[in-house]
Design a protein around this ligand. Structure first.
Ligand code: G1P
Length: 289
């Protein structure tokens, strides 16, 4: 019996330099896709996968997210008075239950592994999920739900993966695959951001993880890796042999909202799925291309 995954970590301390000036005073995770901020998509995906506790690893200038996941008393009152019940429901639905969301700050930007390590006291000795809000995934059921279902069979560490063009391996954590069956790849090694010439495969890690708490033992060492940062990939690689490590080819479409083109594409794709917007947006796109 594997322990169920009830906690999720959201590393949201990044500076968002690729979206300046938009992200000068606005956390990049608050950028909207259509009308919902990226972080809310990630929190909802986690909630739909059975996550009950949400740990946001934030940084300076990120308090908008704390306000977002709290009551906005005046706004709620005004919406009620004006009979805007749908909008009211929308903002109330995004609230995690009382005492279910925690914030801690990554005081120094030392890398993704360090950000996750900052959440260690909230996790203790339980398995946990990590979601990178930049990776927005359109899927039904959600990507993390797909992973939780597979995890209940295989346990260990499990990450979402997809193939990328070989020239892109330097942007991702890459699996060294031992064996693959039915969309599930067992890895015998992992490399963070390898040069395309030496990458062991093109199967890359997308920002969804289910991890065993043992990973903290390796993160405790604070070893630096690619780019001089403390890498989550390196700590996960060291757990291979201790616990099983699998990559799951999830069913769905991932948008890299850390890049401008990916972000724009996500806006178009999500708008085209909205009954209230699809026709208008389609006609508008035709006028442009
Ligand atoms: C991080 C991880 C990398 C992973 C990627 C997915 O990289 O370090 O292993 O493939 O997220 O988006 P970053 O995008 O923060 O450079």
């Amino acid at each position: 019996m594997v322990k169920p995954v009830k906690k999720a970590v959201f590393p949201v301390a990044g500076l968002g330099t690729r979206f300046l000036p938009a992200t000068k005073a606005l956390p990049k995770e608050m950028l909207p896709v259509v009308d919902k901020p990226l972080i809310q998509y990630a929190v909802e995906e986690a909630r739909d996968a059975g996550i009950e506790e949400f740990i946001l690893v934030t940084g300076r200038g990120k308090t908008a997210m704390e306000d977002h996941f709290d009551h906005a008393v005046e706004l709620e009152q005004t919406l009620k008075e004006r009979g805007k019940m749908e909008a009211l429901k929308e903002i109330l639905d995004c609230l995690p239950g009382s005492g279910r969301v925690y914030y801690t700050r990554q005081q120094t930007p030392l890398g993704l592994g360090h950000a996750v390590w900052c959440a260690r006291s909230f996790i203790h000795d339980e398995p946990f999920a990590v979601l990178l809000a930049d990776d927005l995934i359109m899927a039904e059921p959600g990507c993390l739900k797909q992973m939780v279902d597979v995890y209940s069979q295989v346990g260990g560490n499990l990450v979402a993966v997809e193939n990328v063009p070989r020239e892109m391996t330097g942007h991702y954590g890459i699996l060294d695959v031992a064996q693959e069956q039915g969309g599930l790849a067992r890895a015998k090694g992992l490399v963070e951001k390898p040069d395309p010439k030496v990458a062991p495969s093109t199967l890359s890690i997308i920002g969804r993880y289910i991890l065993q708490p043992e990973v903290f033992r390796h993160l405790d060492r604070q070893d630096t890796g690619a780019g001089g940062e403390i890498q989550l990939t390196d700590a996960m690689a060291r757990t291979i042999g201790e616990v099983p490590f699998h990559g799951l080819r999830f069913k769905g479409k991932r948008f890299d909202c850390g890049s401008k083109q990916g972000y724009i594409e996500a806006n178009v794709a999500f708008a085209l799925r909205r009954p209230d917007l699809a026709e208008g947006v389609k006609a508008m796109l035709r006028r442009y291309v």
